[in-house]
Design a protein around this ligand. Sequence first.
Ligand SMILES: NC(=O)c1ccc[n+]([C@@H]2O[C@H](COP(=O)([O-])OP(=O)(O)OC[C@H]3O[C@@H](n4cnc5c(N)ncnc54)[C@H](OP(=O)(O)O)[C@@H]3O)[C@@H](O)[C@H]2O)c1
Length: 213
Amino acid sequence: MKRIVITGTTRGLGQALAQELESRGHLVAGCGTSAQGASQVDVGDFAQVQRWAEHVLDDWQAPPDLLINSAGITTDPDPLWAQDPEALARVLRINVAGVQHAIRAFVPAMLDRGSGVIVNISSDWGRTGAPMVGPYCASKWAVEGLSRCLALELPSGLAAVSLDPGTINTDMLRFTFGPGAEEFPTPESWRGKAADFVLGLGPEHNGQALTLS
Ligand SMILES: NC(=O)c1ccc[n+]([C@@H]2O[C@H](COP(=O)([O-])OP(=O)(O)OC[C@H]3O[C@@H](n4cnc5c(N)ncnc54)[C@H](OP(=O)(O)O)[C@@H]3O)[C@@H](O)[C@H]2O)c1
């Protein structure tokens, strides 16, 4: 049984993965802005993430074996010159600062124990470019960069990876692709292979930019 923290578990990929891992007997702590109680967390606000981490670590009396940063948002599709600067700032606060907030809140306990894997959910668009999604692309390139740096900072025994989860028909994809999202697999059909994949990660994967295909 592993202890697994996942951000963004109220919908989409985070929710599907959490459900799959729980069904396999793992202990999962998830969060989201629309979650209830102590799990109601805006990852863009470090004080909230810190409070949640204290709650989880106190409850478990142990650090997570896996920390999966999945919470994310995008902006309205527009060319970069038409993007609202506040929308760009919001994407960076949640998709980039949110990842660092969870790392800051949970990784020290993982370091104390000397083991654990951090999985930062990235995107194909964190490794390529695409029109109309500049702020989102920029945020995922930043996630790739943060992941590489963290990997270089961690001692042996721990690992940090970025993970492109594939293209899955979630709220985010429907918002970005419109009806075209229907062509892609559902989170329910994705969750089994995603769980196998993250459970198979270990120190030997440190620093890798991985893709779930
Ligand atoms: N779907 C795809 O094809 C695809 C492809 C590549 C990468 N990704 C990445 O996969 C991850 C999950 O995406 P998804 O498709 O599952 O999106 P989604 O269906 O829109 O779900 C996003 C999740 O993130 C949470 N979230 C958003 N803002 C948050 C905040 N400030 N604090 C805490 N939680 C927050 C949402 O919860 P609340 O609404 O409750 O806050 C929700 O649970 C994202 O990082 C996304 O960039 C997805």
